[in-house]
Design a protein around this ligand. Structure first.
Ligand SMILES: Nc1ncnc2c1ncn2[C@@H]1O[C@H](COP(=O)(O)OP(=O)(O)OP(=O)(O)O)[C@@H](O)[C@H]1O
Ligand SMILES: [Mg+2]
Length: 368
């Protein structure tokens, strides 16, 4: 028989079978992606679906016929779950909130909703749904917003500092003959050098946090890697580590893009590798391997090191702007590199093991 309520859900003009159907309403409730628990007017659990008893890590049998106090005294219900049940019950039944969110012991977010009142005829219907994905999107949107704001703010401050520096530089130059008379021309030189250094830092910050429009040209991969290795070799030697540039097997591979930006990417990665090698605790000789090979229509440039490696938490956040584990790091190196490579139609992949090392691969389309 179809009840009055079921009848009100029927579509006009369609024929419905009044006898048993293959999928019952109970099947639907049983398999819905939310947990459902119904308390009758006496406060006794009269229905609980698979999701709900699975979430509570109990059986249906141990729940149906219980009151909330029975449930809270159930020895099989973990301490965490008891706390969550009690808190949800308090927030919703006593404080009258229509929904309540909580974080469980596995780091998942849940939302509990209560439906009661006249339409429930004295019964209380609790539904629980996992909302971890929505929370992640919400948090990422919030983080991106604040990072974008912080980025803009620091870029505008950096930009504005350049103007007074230019004025100071000009006046120091005007004072130069007077300093010479006093025999203190050295002071002038130091001030100028320091102003230039500050200007360089600002310039680097402004260009690294906002990649300029690429000046596209043909770039031979071997020349690109040779040049960056040459630039970093002496710094590496001073840090007691060796950079090994692998011979190129496949003639000259060409890519298209902005040579300065490409150099910046490889430089960022070699610098990170040098820092990772220096941070290794066992004092093993640091080795950085650099090279490139062809893979179908792409070139794969790699930068590997036997440095301190990364754990999964670092790997997860590696390309986030301002993410750094270094005392003096800005955390912009890899986020900017990632943006540059994506703008050039490529991608960066990474694999790493703590205390063993890290392997970065930059894939870019080849030009024939
Ligand atoms: N080769 C590597 N080995 C181990 N950890 C690395 C390596 N490369 C990057 N990381 C980790 O990724 C984080 C982010 O790197 P990124 O280059 O973006 O910023 P940074 O190096 O911390 O700062 P900056 O580049 O401004 O000096 C680093 O702080 C470090 O924890
Ligand atoms: Mg870096």
């Amino acid at each position: 028989m179809i009840s009055q309520y079921q009848e009100s859900l029927l579509l006009p003009g369609r024929t419905y079978q009044s006898g048993p159907v293959d999928t019952t309403y109970e099947d639907v409730l049983e398999n819905i992606d939310s947990g459902i628990m119904l308390f009758d007017e006496e406060g006794v659990i009269s229905f609980v679906n698979k999701q709900m008893y699975g979430m509570l890590e109990l059986t249906r049998h141990s729940l149906v016929g219980c009151t909330i106090s029975h449930l809270l005294f159930n020895v099989r219900l973990s301490r965490f779950k008891k706390k969550q049940v009690l808190q949800s019950y308090k927030e919703m039944v006593y404080k009258g909130k229509s929904n309540y969110e909580f974080l469980d012991e596995y780091g998942r977010y849940w939302k509990v909703t209560l439906c009661c009142g006249e339409q429930m005829k004295g019964c209380y219907l609790f539904t629980v749904k996992e909302i971890s994905d929505y929370k992640l999107i919400e948090q990422t949107a919030y983080q991106n917003d604040s990072l974008a704001m912080l980025g803009k703010l620091s870029a505008s401050i950096a930009h504005e500092i350049r103007n007074p520096l230019t004025a100071i530089r000009g006046f120091i130059q005007l004072l130069h003959p007077h300093l010479q008379q006093l025999g203190k021309q050295e002071y002038g030189k130091i001030i100028l050098a320091e102003i230039d250094r500050a200007n360089d830092i600002i310039h680097e910050f402004l260009t690294s946090s906002k990649p300029s429009v690429p000046q596209v040209g043909m770039i031979p991969v071997s020349a690109l890697l040779k040049e960056v290795v040459l630039l970093t070799e002496s710094e590496a030697l001073m840090k007691g580590c060796q950079i090994n540039l692998h011979p190129f097997q496949e003639g000259d591979m060409m890519i298209s893009g902005d040579v300065k930006q490409m150099k910046q990417v490889v430089l960022n990665m070699i610098r990170n590798a040098m820092e990772a090698v220096a941070d290794r605790v066992d004092g093993l000789m640091g080795k950085i391997e650099v090279g490139a090979h062809k893979e179908g229509s792409e070139v794969r440039m790699f930068i590997s090191d036997n440095g301190k490696g990364m754990d999964i938490r670092t790997l997860d956040r590696l390309f986030n702007p301002f993410f750094t584990t270094k005392e003096n790091g800005t955390g912009l190196g890899l986020s900017v590199s990632d943006r540059i490579i994506k703008n050039h139609g490529g991608c960066i992949s990474v694999s790493s093991r703590v205390n063993e090392g890290t392997h970065f691969v930059i894939s870019l389309p080849l030009i024939h």
